[in-house]
Each structure stands twice: as C-alpha cells, then as structure tokens.
Design a protein around this ligand. Structure first.
Ligand SMILES: *Cc1c(COP(=O)(O)O)cnc(C)c1O
Length: 374
C-alpha cells in the first residue's frame, strides 16, 4: 500500500531525546525549546516564536491575545479545518464564513469586504496547501477597516508571499507540527507574534496566565496569576524530536518540491478533462505541502478514491465546509458558498511525503491517468 502520508524521520530524534532525558529536566521552559524557537526566528525572521502543543492551541491563544469575545465577528473561509473556527467560537465570537475562490480552495479575497460589519474584529486567513492568500488585497481591506489579521499558517512552514514568510505578515501566525505536515513532532506547533505589542502578554498566556517567565528572569520576586492563560508549552522531549527535523528542513523541502513538480508534470493532461490542478499565483512560493486534484463531481471523486484503493494507493479527501457542519449548519445564515461546497465534495489529495519514491509516484500518476482513460 502506498499510504497518503508517512511522517518524516531525520534519524537523529532518538539521540536528541536521550540527551534531554539525561539532563533530567523534561518540562517546557528549557534550552531545547528555545533552540527550536530561535531556529525559527532566525531562519524566517519571525519577531517572537513560542512553541505550542498544536496549531489548534496557537489559534486559541490568538483569540485571547486579540481580546476577541462575545459580540465580535470574525471572518474566515468555510473551507478549513475545525480548529480555525473553533478557537474563536470558544470565545463566543460570531463566525462569518466566506467562500473559496473558483480556481483555488483559499478564501476569495474579493468576498471579504462585503462581510464586514461594525462588529467585525478580525480576518482569519488560511493559506491552503501552503499557497499564500493575496496579502496585498487582505492588508488593504484590514487597514481600511482597522481589522486584525490572523494567519492560520498550519500548512505553511517554509512558504512565502513574495519575500515574506507566511505567518509573519498578519498580527499573529499559527503553525502546526502535526505529523501530517512537512516538518513535525507528532503533535505540536508554534505561534508567531508579529505585532510587538502582543509579545509580553503572549508570554503570560502560555505560562498558564502567570508572570513565571518574568520571575525566572529575576524581574519579579514571586510569580502570580496575572491574566488568562493556557498550558501550551510542549515538553522538552517534544522539542528534542523537533529540533533535528527543523535542521533538516531544506533537505525535506527539496525532496517534497521535486516530488510535487513530478506530479504537476505527469498529471498536467488532466487539465484537458476539466480537472482543477493546484494553482500557485506569482506572489506565492510553493512549499509542496500538498498535491491535490479537484474532480468534476462528488461521484467521480468517490470512484477515483475507490479505484486507487483497489490499486493499493491511499488518496484522501479533505475538509468538509464548516458552514454545513453538524455544529454550525443551524447557525449559518449567510449566502451560498458554492466553491467551498465544491471543494468539500470534489477535492482529493494524493500521497506526498519525503520517503515517497519516484517509482511509487510514477505508479500513482499512471493509475490516476488510467482512471481518466489518459
Ligand atoms: C493541520 C491544520 C490545523 C490543526 O493543526 P494541529 O496542529 O493539529 O492543531 C489547523 N488548521 C489547518 C489549516 C490545518 O491544516
């Protein structure tokens, strides 16, 4: 079976974890965590990085940091993962869903402004498949209406909008190191605090709402409950797993990009069949997080997944649009989001991971083309 994903191992994780075990300090606020955070700050220029237990947690922290609560409205795409919306729903905010673009599952930037009301507080972007949203357009809208911008950059490690790393452009960026992402530690992530005014509070939030970090630096003589908080700091064992992965990121990205380009080349004939292939606009880099196809209808997608499964290839669909979810459908009062619906029904993702061999990729392509009589 060619699986959809195999988590990447650098081979150095065990040694790194053993090293931390020998120190007998396994908790969060250690040198090992800082090493990961500094690596990310240096390589991508994020002003302040805090590792978290997940991107979900980073998004939940973002909602508190930006003081989003009852009576506030937050605009985001419907075609996204549950966590993007749940983080803000947890604070009692009203979630306002926007449609995806016709040629890409990312938010249709031109639909955002119509959704803004006097209560709108923030725009939450998802750079789908690591492909940047049109940040110029989004920043202009946010600037005109004085809205905050949060980037759900879960899939975006090593991805850029022009020269700016994704996750560094909005007030806050939220990343995932879940094992299905390019670089991972099983479960994990980080928050990038790009707005310097939020850094101090972020430090308190991650420390269960205490000024423990200031205490450890000797700035206060005891640590106390000073704000709301989360237990969001991963253990040093997790960071020890992550660090060698981070150090190998260029290697991982080179391989993934090569595989991605092979898919693009081999599957280009599908465009003739009116299948939609991944689109990377001129302002976006490609971090090769995902290779997807958009079938012409839901039945065709189901048949393709079944066909590939019979050939021992695991292809998978992706998000179910949140405005139609069991939790939200009765709350949704907005317009039809036909593109979000279409991607929910028709998008399929092909195997893409570091250890996928060229032979395996060629086999996947042959079978996909075979299904379409190409
Ligand atoms: C993976 C993903 C998440 C969730 O990340 P976790 O680290 O598992 O919490 C959130 N949003 C998007 C867009 C994702 O792809």
């Amino acid at each position: 079976m060619i699986p959809f994903n195999k988590p990447y191992y650098s081979g150095k994780e065990i040694g790194s974890i053993s090293g931390v075990m020998e120190t007998k300090v396994l908790t969060g606020d250690t040198e090992m965590l800082r090493k990961c955070e500094i690596f990310l700050e240096k390589k991508y220029g994020f002003p302040k990085v805090f590792l978290t237990n997940s991107c979900t947690m980073a998004l939940e922290m973002a909602a508190v940091l930006l003081d989003i609560g009852e009576g506030d409205e937050v605009i985001m795409p419907s075609y996204t993962y549950v966590s993007t919306a749940n983080a803000f729903a947890l604070r009692g905010a009203k979630i306002v869903f926007a449609d995806s673009k016709g040629d890409h599952p990312g938010i249709d930037e031109s639909k955002i402004e119509k959704l803004i009301t006097g209560k709108t507080k923030a725009i939450v972007l998802v750079h789908y498949a690591g492909t940047a949203c049109d940040m110029k357009q989004v920043k202009e809208i946010a600037g005109r209406h004085k809205l905050m911008v949060i980037e759900d950059a879960a899939q975006c490690i090593d991805a850029y909008y022009n020269d700016s790393p994704l996750g560094s452009i909005g007030d806050i960026g939220c990343f995932s190191f879940h094992e299905t992402k390019n670089i991972h530690c099983g479960e994990g992530g980080f928050i990038s605090i790009n707005n310097p005014k939020l850094i101090e509070r972020a430090e308190t939030l991650r420390n269960k709402g205490t000024n423990r970090s200031a205490f450890l630096r000797g700035e206060v003589n005891r640590y106390e409950w000073t704000d709301l908080g989360f237990s969001s700091v991963p253990t040093s064992l997790t960071a020890a797993f992550l660090l060698p992965q981070l150090k190998n990121i260029d290697l991982v990205q080179k391989r993934r990009n090569m595989l991605w380009k092979k898919y693009e080349k081999a599957l280009s004939p599908l465009a003739k069949k009116n299948m939609l292939l991944p689109l990377v606009p001129g302002y976006a880099s490609n971090n090769a997080h995902m290779f997807y196809l958009v079938c012409r209808n839901e039945d065709e997608r189901a048949a393709l997944i079944k066909y590939l499964k019979e050939k021992n290839i695991q292809a998978v669909f992706h998000y179910q649009a949140l405005h139609r979810s069991p939790y939200f459908k009765d709350k949704y009062k907005g317009a039809d989001l036909s593109n979000a619906d279409r991607y929910s029904e028709c998008l399929v993702r092909l195997p893409l991971f570091y250890d996928l061999s060229n032979k395996e990729l060629e086999l996947v392509c042959r079978q996909v083309l075979g299904f379409f009589d190409l």
